[in-house]
Design a protein. Structure first.
Length: 238
């Protein structure tokens, strides 16, 4: 694609700091990749939990960010735009610096090491980060049931089932031993997983009122800040 970032029309920055913790003091600063997709919903959920959401479109936007969410949307578009905007390498550095990254749906595809060639309409293999040791298939639940909701048991919050919204969702086909499965469908298909500082969900927790995944991610971020500060600050390179 020859399109330069300047030719793209973006919405004006719509995530304003909540006025309480504009520089992240008193709240964790969480970047949300805001190239395309469902980023506003994540921001609303984060604000409700006292975190400060920041839209990330360019490498400099990652400065001062403690954790990053890659939202759902269209993985081919997100991947292409991330490449064009020079974000892939800075996000790799961010991950190497032990900062948590969470991909939801298309975001999970963006994190995946491998993308299988099967799945309805999912034959295109999008550009991606590839850090998480999972193989996913795009649009793997078929066109006729490409959106559905289901109650999941979460390994980290067993008090209540989690109502999960799947929209043309990918599916985790295989994972390495390094990956911990946090939730499965009743047929055993993994739909939420973690590998160290990486979190992936095939569904959209930001489209529900249940904040347990956002809370889980914020706890990953808190833990990483504590352990990074023990090891000395790691600077994210641009
Ligand atoms: N089907 C989309 C893709 O393959 C993902 C859908 C979503 O993020 N809700 O990129």
């Amino acid at each position: 694609m020859n399109q330069s970032p300047n030719n793209l029309i973006f919405k004006p920055p719509s995530i304003a700091p909540n006025g309480v913790a504009s520089n992240g003091v008193g709240g964790l600063t969480i970047g949300i990749l805001a190239l395309q997709g469902a980023f506003l919903e994540h921001a609303n959920m984060l604000r409700r939990l006292g975190a400060v959401p920041v839209e990330v479109r360019l490498p400099d936007d990652l400065i001062g960010v403690d954790g990053l969410i890659i939202p759902g949307g269209e993985s081919t578009t997100i991947g292409k735009l991330a490449n064009q905007f020079g974000l892939v390498e800075p996000i790799q550095q961010f991950i190497k610096a032990n900062k948590p990254v969470w991909g939801t749906c298309a975001g999970m595809i963006f994190l995946a090491q491998n993308v299988g060639a099967t799945g309805s309409g999912g034959h295109v293999i999008p550009p991606r980060l590839g850090n998480m040791e999972i193989t996913v298939n795009r649009n793997a639940f078929g066109r006729q049931v490409d959106s559905f909701e289901v109650d999941l048991e979460l390994s980290f919050a067993t008090d209540q089932l989690f109502r999960a919204v799947f929209i043309r969702a990918p599916r985790i086909e295989t994972n390495s031993q390094a990956v911990e499965i946090l939730a499965r469908l009743t047929d055993g298909t993994p739909v939420a997983a973690r590998q160290d500082n990486l979190l992936a969900t095939a569904f959209h927790p930001e489209l529900t009122d249940d904040n347990r995944f956002h809370d889980y991610f914020l706890n990953m971020v808190k833990t990483s800040i504590t352990s990074n500060s023990k090891q000395g600050e790691v600077v994210v390179q641009k």
